[in-house]
Design a protein around this ligand. Structure first.
Ligand SMILES: O=c1nc[nH]c2c1ncn2[C@H]1C[C@H](O)[C@@H](COP(=O)(O)OP(=O)(O)OP(=O)(O)O)O1
Ligand SMILES: [Mg+2]
Length: 209
């Protein structure tokens, strides 16, 4: 039997502000007090896994141990069919770290351009289909864990469009739409995203009847 969240306090084990915003919004209806890894000064563990599940569990267990509270981590990424599923688990690594004045970030434009460059090498008729994956892992200080996965299919679109969301959102057009994730209101992204898909499974098991 999977352990359930009995504690109202939950550490959100991410150092990505965009994810933190989305996860906090998704959790808002459930009366959970969210504490962020940044707010608690938790270190950022090395993501040494080769799958989304492994990395999500590494991050969740590290935070749960350090904070002595249950922790929720998200490992996610963009997989491009014509690139054999790359960058996948290495999506964040394709965007070089940049240090702005007191504000750590990543060079998303360069990373999106790298994907576009590789697609262009395959010619004008290249298959632009891709998908976002998300694994949400909850870990408890005692070592228990629960894992939920989600996915959304779409197409890689160039040039980037839109200013909402984060990361690769400006180049991702979800199936059945013409606009990118970065052109959708947060509520609309939450109806279809990989994160929302994983979150629905989490809610069903953790907060459902
Ligand atoms: O909805 C999304 N919209 C756009 N881009 C996204 C999304 N979801 C994941 N992504 C991209 C961003 C990041 O490059 C990578 C996740 O990498 P990942 O290691 O899981 O996250 P991260 O290092 O940014 O933060 P942290 O590990 O502290 O949670 O996939
Ligand atoms: Mg990461």
């Amino acid at each position: 039997m999977t352990r359930k969240l009995d504690n109202k306090r939950l550490v959100i084990a991410t150092h990505n502000a965009g994810k933190l915003r989305e996860i906090s919004a998704l959790l808002a209806p459930y009366g959970i007090e969210c504490l962020s890894a940044g707010q608690l000064g938790l270190p950022e563990p090395e993501e040494t896994g080769t799958t989304f599940v492994e990395n999500a569990l590494i991050k969740a267990h590290a935070a749960a141990k350090a904070a002595q509270l249950p922790a929720l981590a998200d490992d996610s990424g963009l997989s491009v069919t014509a690139l054999g599923g790359k960058p996948g688990v290495y999506t964040a690594d394709w965007a070089e770290r940049q240090w702005f004045e007191g504000d750590p970030g990543r060079d998303w434009y360069m990373a999106m351009g790298k994907v576009e460059g590789l697609l262009c090498e395959q010619g004008p008729d290249v298959d632009r289909s891709c998908w976002f994956s998300c694994v949400l892992a909850i870990a408890w200080p005692e070592g228990d864990e629960a894992v939920y996965d989600g996915r959304v299919n779409g197409n890689f679109s160039w040039p980037p469009r839109g200013t909402m969301g984060f990361g690769y959102d400006p180049v991702f057009v979800p199936e059945g739409r013409e606009v990118t994730f970065a052109q959708l209101d947060p509520e609309e992204k939450h109806r279809i995203s990989h994160r929302a898909d994983a979150f629905a499974k989490l809610v069903a098991e953790q907060f459902g009847g």
